[in-house]
Design a protein around this ligand. Sequence first.
Ligand SMILES: Nc1nc2c(ncn2[C@@H]2O[C@H](COP(=O)(O)OP(=O)(O)OP(=O)(O)O)[C@@H](O)[C@H]2O)c(=O)[nH]1
Ligand SMILES: [Mg+2]
Length: 341
Amino acid sequence: MNFQKLQTVQDADFYLGVAFRNAKKRIAILQQKKMRRRYPEAVLKHNKHLETQRIRLVTKFLTAQLDGIHRKFPKLDELPDFYNELARITINYDNTKKSLAAIKWAAFQCKNQQTNTLHDIKKATSLLQLKEIRRKFYGRVASLVKQVKSAFPQIEKTRRDMKAWPDVKTEIHTVAIAGYPNVGKSSILKTLTGTKPEIRAYAFTTKRLNIGYFDVEPRSYQVIDTPGTFDRDMEKMNNIEKQAFLVLQHLAEKIVYVFDPSESCGYSLEKQIKLLKRIEEKFNQHKIIVCNKTDLEHIEENIKKVKHVYPNVILTAVTQEKTIDVLKKKIVKKLAKKKEE
Ligand SMILES: Nc1nc2c(ncn2[C@@H]2O[C@H](COP(=O)(O)OP(=O)(O)OP(=O)(O)O)[C@@H](O)[C@H]2O)c(=O)[nH]1
Ligand SMILES: [Mg+2]
């Protein structure tokens, strides 16, 4: 889902201004049409018609804008689990919902004001009365919208926060790649899917979720690179760690755990095994175990140690595409198996 294109939400005065200005312009055009008959009843009738149009136009412009904000904004309670959880930890969930409801309420109340005002116009007996009715309507509508004015910046803040959300698909087969920094997660993603994540020879390169796709007929697969070691509470995690955690919790059907047996990543094999244990405790989906960087030397001992605990380990080197192909086949097979279960 993509949250990049949500429309900017302006403040209350902006929408009132647009509605009042647009109505004024339209009425000015109508007023240019000269009246032929001049006796008082006809003048009053004509003015009633103009005021009716004016009230209708203001209400139409205003409620279209306000209802539009409400209608176009994603319904937080209906978001897929991943995004719903992300919403709960990255935006002011309840305030946003309340703000959207407040704006909808204001639009509804404006329509009520229109009904009452049109009724008053019908009953008016003088031009002065008509003017007074219009003045009151403008005042009431402005005060209704201003009554909920704090809702507008709240929704705009939420919209901006949502722009930082990753664009993931929630309906297709998904695997996550996990492991210590620098073990080669992004490199594996790149070779598996052809996307171009940031890859550097130092740790903590991945600053946002890297996402790639590959197809094996008849399906598409989503692969998400999930940085982070998940060794602290959610409140203490940075945004990217939170997103990664939620991917593992709500999206990934399988987790590819990457070891670097060369330890050139800067983390000992013991540490890497501990992280895998932690991930196994926290997330119960099947783990596909990988030893990466097998093109490097002096790694046999460590591979043996991993094999001892995880006999089905897959050996990869990102420069040898064949090894990544083996991983791809394994992912597809495991996900197909899951479907049968
Ligand atoms: N020799 C060798 N080097 C590799 C292999 N895979 C990755 N590397 C190197 O390891 C370093 C780290 O690779 P990344 O793919 O950025 O590692 P990462 O796990 O995504 O790192 P973070 O984003 O920091 O978590 C880079 O210098 C890569 O070129 C491999 O199979 N063999
Ligand atoms: Mg990376």
